[in-house]
Design a protein around this ligand. Structure first.
Ligand code: F6R
Length: 609
């Protein structure tokens, strides 16, 4: 949610600030801007509505040369996407601010500043910060002190980058709830919402903690913690490469990431298994005692990650016979939660920065949970750093806003967790069989990817459709939910996922010839029940698209299109059946002509509540 880049150097930093923004577009893409202090000591700003490419064009025509600057790509919270609301926001010609997050008390502050004579040009909360900085700088004549005073007055979650023409040799960074890293160079230093922005510029990063203020100069970085005390933070070496952020031969990151799933699963498996079992360190070296004691599990997540949690519940209860509760993070936070003894608290997140999931973890840490485990794709993220243990999914960088490879690797991590918790319910032989099944999983996904062309043809059916229903039963019910979420988020077709047995309790009223109904139907114990539900759809003229294996006995017909899937074990079927639904959404979005990797109104890393 909004991407920040900052740089202080001896070379011109304009191109670097813009290049960084391109890599942060997954965080927001409704407007973008850059402010630099030029060689004449003036504050120069360029802002455009729309994608970063437009800002690049504008910069080509009106280049700015300077060694200190900040840039921003926006996901609107306050005020419509418009040039006037794009960051950086300025106070006079002195101070420029970029901001990620939400200032909850901005209206009160804005009123006070307005009374003092400040003029506002935007509807954003950020402009308040710029004026407040100006006001505090007037009082203190000390840039750093002014930033500290401002941070003390802001309520909410935010990350800031600030520059000031009156003190042009420093870049101030503030982190409170929203992610921010300082990149370390040689005689130059940087700032970014995510290290990916600085690939090729530096590999050394300091992850700021909540409440930190960093005073970033060309040759020195000083960090103050939330108590104002100077503090040393660890330096992390990033392994990110340029390749992870580039499209290669693919037209969209989403397609690239769908096709990367076999490799992502192989890598995740490689890091988590020993010969015949889950490696004892897969969930962190110190997790063993905690997992052995676990007799209840609570899983909290948002969106796609929440669907992974719903599938995990079936696995944990079936394999480990341990009760498992699953909850959406934004609901968990505001509920009176009763914690059962020996409950393991699990969060799931691709980004590791989702505000609601992070807040739920912080809340859980104040309660009587046995320990906090996160299943996460970003090793240096806030969730990983603040959890007791972590399972790192090795999906690699996921750029497309719609989560694909992160989801399937999360599922793998959760299945491994279920196997680990099933210490007394499945014997050594069964475990070895399960592990073998998992080793075969990447090959099964390779097989499903071969259906890509067939699914592309199918997508034509959706060209003029406004609605779609996804059905599944048991383990496949959350897969149906995930299929519906993928379709709606990237093709803007209204889609709902339902447990098929629930159809006659309401949604059947929607079914007619204009309603495609997609069913995930592997042959399992619930197949006959599902078939009866599909008959209910046929009888009402609904167009059925069914993903099923040959043993299911479901045949192509006038009103039913069957896509033949490989026959796989029921336990891994949710992972395998997710993939064709991802492909279907992708190809439908292509037909609809939407911006697949940057669907409207969405952002990849949801760092606001
Ligand atoms: C949908 C999608 C979102 C995320 C959700 C949580 O494709 O990606 O629903 O799953 O915003 O994000 P993370 O997993 O980063 O916590």
């Amino acid at each position: 949610m909004c991407g920040i880049v900052g740089a202080i150097s001896q070379r011109d930093v304009g191109k670097l600030l813009l290049e960084g923004l391109k890599r942060l577009e997954y965080r927001g893409y409704d407007s973008a801007g850059i402010s630099m202090i030029n060689h004449q000591g003036q504050l120069c700003r360029l802002r455009t509505q729309g994608r970063v490419a437009k800002l690049l064009e504008s910069f080509e025509k009106n280049p700015i040369a300077g060694t200190l600057g900040i840039s921003h790509t926006r996901w609107a919270t306050h005020g419509i996407p418009h040039e006037r609301n794009a960051h950086p926001h300025q106070s006079g010609d002195d101070i420029a601010v970029v901001h990620n997050g939400i200032v909850e008390n901005f209206e009160t502050l804005r009123d006070q500043l307005f009374q003092s004579g400040y003029i506002f040009h935007s509807e954003t909360d950020t402009e308040t910060i710029a004026h407040l900085m100006h006001c505090e700088f007037q009082k203190t004549d000390d840039f750093l002190k002014a930033a500290k005073n401002v941070a003390g007055q802001l309520k909410g979650a935010f990350a800031l980058g600030i520059i000031n023409v009156k003190d042009p040799d420093r870049l101030i960074a503030v982190r409170c709830g929203s992610p921010l890293v300082v990149g370390i160079g040689i005689e130059e230093n940087f700032l970014a919402s995510d290290p990916i922005a600085l690939v090729g510029v530096t590999q050394q990063f300091i992850f700021l903690e909540d409440g930190d203020i960093a005073d970033v100069k060309r040759d020195k970085i000083t960090i103050y913690d939330k108590h104002g005390k100077e503090i040393t933070r660890d330096i992390h070496i990033s392994e990110l490469t340029y390749d992870s952020a580039s499209l290669g031969e693919y037209r969209h990151f989403m397609l690239k990431e769908i096709f990367e799933q076999p490799e992502a699963l192989r890598t995740t498996l490689g890091c988590s298994l020993n010969e015949n079992d889950v490696s004892p360190d897969a969930f962190g070296v110190e997790s063993k005692a905690c997992l052995e004691k676990t007799s209840h599990v609570t899983i909290v997540a948002c969106g796609t990650s929440h669907h992974a949690a719903m599938i995990a519940r079936y696995w944990i209860e079936e394999l480990a016979h341990i009760p498992c509760q699953v909850e959406i993070a934004s609901e968990f936070r505001y509920r009176h939660v009763i914690v059962q003894p020996n409950t393991l608290f699990v969060t799931i997140s691709q980004s590791g920065e989702t505000a609601d999931t992070l807040a739920a973890l912080r809340l859980a840490k104040e309660m009587d949970y046995l320990g906090a485990l996160t299943i996460c794709n970003v090793p240096a993220s806030s969730l990983v750093r603040e959890s007791d243990f972590a399972f790192i999914t090795r999906a690699g960088v996921e750029v497309g806003v719609a989560s694909t490879k992160a989801f399937t690797t999360q599922l793998l991590g959760l299945l491994l967790l279920a196997v680990t918790l099933a210490r007394s319910t499945i014997d050594k032989k069964q475990r070895a069989k399960l592990i073998q099944l998992l080793r075969e999983l990447p090959d099964e996904i390779d097989e499903v990817l071969k259906l890509s062309e067939r699914i592309r043809e199918l997508a034509d059916l959706f060209a003029n459709k406004q609605h779609a229903l996804f059905l599944g039963r048991g383990l496949q019910y959350p897969v149906a939910l995930e299929g519906a979420l993928k379709l709606k988020e990237i093709s803007y077709i209204h889609a709902e996922g339902y447990p098929a047995g629930e159809l006659k309790h309401g949604p059947l009223a929607l079914v007619d010839k204009n309603m495609p109904v997609i069913a995930v139907a592997p042959s399992n114990d619930l197949l006959e029940k599902l078939k009866s539900n599909l008959q209910e759809v046929r009888a009402r003229g609904g167009q059925l698209i069914v993903f099923a294996d040959t043993q299911s006995g479901i045949k192509n017909g006038d009103d039913i299109i069957t896509i033949e899937m490989p026959k796989v074990d029921n336990l891994i079927a949710p992972i395998v059946y997710t993939v064709p639904l991802q492909l279907l959404s992708y190809y439908v979005a292509l037909i609809k002509g939407t911006d697949v990797d940057h669907p409207r109104n969405l952002a990849k890393s949801v760092t606001v509540e």
